[in-house]
Design a protein around this ligand. Sequence first.
Ligand code: TYD
Ligand code: MG
Length: 426
Amino acid sequence: MKEKTYYVCSNCGFKTTKWSGKCPNCGEWNTLKQEIQNKHKSHSLNIVKLDEIDLKETINYKTNYKQIDDFLGGGFVSGGVYLVAGSPGIGKSTLLLQLSKYLLENNHNVLYISAEESANQLSLKANRLNSKIQVLESNDLDEIVFALKQDYNIFIIDSIHTIYSSEVDSYVGSINQVRLCAQKLIETAKEYNKTLIIVSHITKEGIIAGPKALEHLVDAVFYLESDEKFNHRLLRATKNRFASTEQVVIFQMTQNGLKIVEDEFLTYIEDATESEGKAIGAILEGSYLMFVEIQALCVRSPFGMPRRTSVGFDLNRLNMLLAVIEKRLGISSLEYDVYLNVIGGFKINNTLVDMAVAASIISSLKKIIIQKNYVFLGEIDLLGNIRKIKLPDVLRKKLNSSNIKLFLHENTPNVESLLKAILQGH
Ligand code: TYD
Ligand code: MG
């Protein structure tokens, strides 16, 4: 049997055949550790017929909250492994304490394994949430693996970064620790058909020893994100073997935990006056529609080189939209300074507001006031066409019973029809 020697970095997981004092990938010193791999193993193949497999019964553990159960594809699946990622302080522990509470209220057996906060700290939080869940305080991998074999159906591990195995010769939270601990936990959960929910941190700059290293090991990956201004938390799936990843759940962080936002419309518009240069745009998240107010101010430029200033929207994209408006509609901004502002301090990194941006510019340049119930939803391409978008049925229904007039590809396929709509409403 041939053996091959590798060196694996205990910090970043980089693999090389040549030892050196410093990891060529992450630059850490003395982190390359020797590993030996057998090249030729004897194999025995276990080929089976799919229809003869004795399937383990899958159970869906529902929370009884429609938005969450729909998001999960009917509930948490037995034997399913879920990763919940988000930056520190965003509300992951709060969310999972609440989910445990809902599952418990629905007579599902949950154990919350806290490797990060003491049971005391958790009980303070749980009190605010009025929750009676059972907690195991542990960060020892062997102990947690033992716990997974006990008589609970759903296990929550908060978080993977604080779990430690003495089998790995590197510090808690390092990629090797995280990977080995996750692997062992997932193997055990699969073998015993338990639902496992693993919490993982991400950093603002990027991802350290985090979800990316685990994504391929788990069945579903959820991210909890925030919009700082309105205290909303958005639960989004980037991968889910049990459901589509189109759904999202939006919560509001309150004194008593996270409240599910029931309404499909997230209204950010505080002032409903009509004025030149103002347009309401929308962003689509699952079956939620978020509204944002865009303002444009175009004034004659005293200089040869007109200024373009944008707050909350990409400046390159603004320039592109100005070019499209000029080319397709013959409305030139060449002699104008253009100031664009997304109201409310939002930074919008979503091309679905293109149409609202274009509408606000046209409104300012042509001195046309846009009706206050007009909402624009769509990306504009270089040719001046509005991209197609699929509107969920619940939203369509809700829109029909509201006084909002939504402009999107199906009624406004290009910038010419956008101009026409603005002029007609005038
Ligand atoms: P936490 O769930 O501890 O975040 P994570 O686990 O992602 O690090 O949430 C911490 C924040 O949530 C903290 O700033 C306090 C706030 N919070 C509320 O506003 N209301 C509540 O009911 C709870 C439990 C927390
Ligand atoms: Mg936490």
